[in-house]
Write a protein that binds this ligand. Sequence first.
Ligand SMILES: [Zn+2]
Length: 343
Amino acid sequence: MFHEVAKSELSAGAGVATCFGVKRRAGEASRSIEVRALQTTLKAPIGFTGTGLHSGRPVRMTLRPASAEYGIWFRRTDVEGRDALIPARWDAVVDARLCTRVANASGVEVSTIEHLMAALAGCGVHNLLIEIDGPEVPILDGSAAPFVRAILARGLRMLDAPVRVLRVLDVVEVREGDAWARLAPARTLEIDFAIDFADAAIGRQHKALSLANGTFVRELSDSRTFCRKADVDAMRANGLALGGTMENAVVVDGSEVLTPGGLRHPDEPVRHKMLDALGDLALAGAPLLGRYVGHRAGHALTNRLLRALFARPDAFRMTLCGPETERLLPGAGLRQTDILAVA
Ligand SMILES: [Zn+2]
């Protein structure tokens, strides 16, 4: 029989520190002590108001603490008479051409979830109910920074259940034309991304990072979504990107960056693609340990990659997360000062 003898909790305002449940077999020697990373949720709700990037509609969203093993779910508060709960999970993705959209069996959906999902994965939030009064997550500044800032300021609460991680055991790859995405075994979550755009303001960019120890917050979270002016014009003609402004997207035209203030990083576009990849990989339902390589990939290809992974039971394993592994997760090692790095 197990009983819990110690549990640590984050201090107010801190991100994810090293937090373990220590379980001891009654009456046994110390060698039988088990140390496991614990699941988290928010300490208190967080509200956001903003605009949907594609719909242009105002939206209110509240992130609510949830219990252990709940996972991450959306609830559409504007929907009546139908199931309003939608899982933030890879097998609920119904469209991922311009952004990632999830839906339930009743056809109730929510879209543009990827930047929020990246923030949750990057800050180590495992359980959450996201209430939203419309079909699209607010775009805010086009990056994950506003979500990260709010999550780190609110702090996380440890829950009495162990974290399970998804370990990649074999190479899985998907292709579409000259774009491809691959998962391979690795000790930490690594993201390696390459893009190649005709516009000289973007051009060829390549970046690879291990996302252990708060790297996501410091290196990627403030990079904004980007688009080419010609694509903005085409999307608007099709009734999309109606909420897009120069404040929530980096717009380029040939060699020019049209967004006032320019880029936050010289390679902001590829950093944003890495942010998107983390958000889409977060739909795996557990922190993923493996190397993701994306070459001109996007939301659709990353979702196909997860589907290919889960179709191969020999290519992954779900395991309990001990202290050695917990230190390597994207949300581990975050400090209060990391907030300053967020725009
Ligand atoms: Zn994005």
